[in-house]
Every structure is written in C-alpha cells, then in structure tokens.
Design a binder for this molecule. Sequence first.
Ligand code: FEO
Length: 401
Amino acid sequence: MGCFSAVKVTDRVWWVGAIDWNLREFHGYQTGRGSTYNAFLVLDDKVTLIDTVKAPFFEEMRDRIASVIDPAKIDYIVSNHAEMDHSGALPRAIAEFQPEKVFCSVMGEKALRAHFGAALPVTAVKTGETLALGTNTLKFIETRMLHWPDSMASYLSGERVLFSQDAFGMHMAGSGRFAADYDKGVLYEEARSYFANILLVQAPKVAALLDDLAPLLPEVEIIAPDHGPIWCGERAEVLEWYRGFSAGKPEKRAVVLYDTMWHSTEKMANAVADGIIAAGVPAEVICLHAASRSAAMTRIMNAGILAVGTPTLNNNLYPSLADCLTYARGLRPTIALGATFGSFGWSGEGAKQAAEYLAQMKIEQPEPPLSVKYVPDADVLARCRELGGRLGAALLAKLNA
Ligand code: FEO
C-alpha cells in the first residue's frame, strides 16, 4: 500500500491525480498556489483511467489507483489532452498497466505520437463517438484549441460527470478535491486567473463551446476538470463565470500598469490613476516590481482602460514592461482604451514602444504618449491627471453609448 489514496467522486468515479504543491511556473504563468493534475478512475465493466499526470507524479497516481483497484485491471485509458502535465505519465502507464486500448482525439493521436513516438498505441475518436464501459457510456466532445488543438472533453452518462480537461480548471493545490472545500472568492479569483493566463487567447472558442455544451449541461451533475477542484453544486456558477470571462466586454475599470527606476514614472502612474478615478472609473495601479506578469494579466483581462507607464532604459522600454506586454499581446485581451507615458533621461523611446504594443493589441489610443525628461514637476503631474480624466470620461462615454 502506497502513501497516497484515491478520493471518491461518485459511486463509480474516483480522483486518482496528483497534488503539485510547489509549482510556481507553468509556461510563463506564475502559479502562486501550485496546482493539481487530476486523473479519474471509472469503475465499470471496463475500468477506465481518464487522463494521467505529469511524469514525475506517476507513482503518486499509481498509489491512488492501487488504493481502489489493482492498476493492472485498467482496460482503457482516455487521454483528453496531450500537453505533458496530463500525458507525461501516459507512456509509463501504458507500459505498466497494459490497457486494452488508449483513446484520444484525432489531433491527439498526432500530438501524442509527436511527443512519445510513432509506436504509441492510441486509437483516435471524434466528436459524438461513444465508448460503452458497461453501466456507463463515455461520449467524446472535441474542444480544439482549449487549450491545444488536440483537446477534448469526455462525458460519462450514468454518473453524469463531464471530464472537461483544462476548461473550468485552475492552478490551485489544496487538500480539498471539491469546490465546496474552498472559499468562493478564492475560487473566482483563481478561475479568473486561469482563464486570463491560459484560455483568454481562445475566448471566442470558449463562448462557442458553452453554446455547444448547452443541450448537455442540464443533465451534467459534476464538472471534473484536469486542474483544481471538482464542481458539483457550484457548477452553474463556474459556467456563468466563463460566460463573463469569454464575452470579451471591456468593464468599467482601469489598470495602470507601470514600472519605475527612480520613482518618476511611478508619480506619473499615480497621477494618471487619480485622474481616472476622479472621472468616475475605478482604477488599479499595478507595479511590476510588486506584481507578477500573471497577476497583472488577471486584472488586464477585460479592463476598460489600460494605461502603461515605462521608463526608457538604454533606448528601450523597461524590461518588465516588455515582458508583460509581450505576454499580454499573445493572450489578446479585449480593452477599449489605452495610453502610455513615462520618464526618460537622454532619449524617450519607452512610452512610444509601449504604444506600439498597445496598437498591436488593437487598443484605441486617443492620446499620444506622454513623456517627461527626468522628474515630473507639478505641471507634468497635472497633465497626467488630466490625461487620466479624459480617458475615464471617454470610457464612460463608450460604455454608455
Ligand atoms: Fe493542463 Fe493544457 O494543460
């Protein structure tokens, strides 16, 4: 008997995944609360393992499976997603458990073989195909680009469990396996963070998936994602949150994102924010000394205004801004209005380069970059405040149009 146990989800479904308490980096997403890699064991005439875990966690998964059933009794493995946080342990699971068959999507077949070799014994399935397990039937639903081209979800009729893979997940380690084990505010923030940092680039596809799933959802009782807690009674809330996240509607709020060398750009950022707030729009001031790019991204998603302040360092915008704006540009947030500003010493490229990022992100910039040499005096800070005021008023006019 190993030191890890499975957790019962329903009479026939058990959580057999792994908890990664120390994960702090997930391809650029700084994961402050760690993560879980959820795998699920379905006990039916055909014993089925839904997804696996990251390769180093194979033994933990095997222990949890063995706490319920001899892993050699696994008949099928379903790989809903080829990314290695879910497939890393798949080759070893196939080698040790010797399942009769391994199922994945058509794109999954290509992706898994590209990762683990052409000989990997997988069978491709398409949307609408079903797999009889005995009492239950698995139905496959391809969810391309959520989060990779191969992604799919699997619905277990009978037990009424939707294995949703990355969708509806969050990077959060914890001893509780269910959403009811956590504070709702924490769940919302982590769901929002996951969406902003992983799924935002495909927000229209998420909205389309929610529409596609609509006929199925009334019968779904449990949504079991591949990361974070399992949604039971709270499933309607996470669906509603996803509707909001994926709608791409700029909200009545502003983010003033900046970094600073000698506090000049910081003074400008605070003055811009003060002007925005005075105009009646809530504003958050985020310094990249103090916040990670991922925390910033969570707030940038669907902001009405993004004002960016950057010093000029060696003819360039400040490195932390280059990092965060490159990351944000890739995730394609929908933002109504933008502006840039910043201090410089002997040349002033920073704010102009930041403006190019905002232009590439298709953010309307009604004002040219506001740059100041060395330290902003009272007059410059008044101009920053006025800039914020005009941005705030323009956003209110847009939202009320
Ligand atoms: Fe959790 Fe796209 O992998």
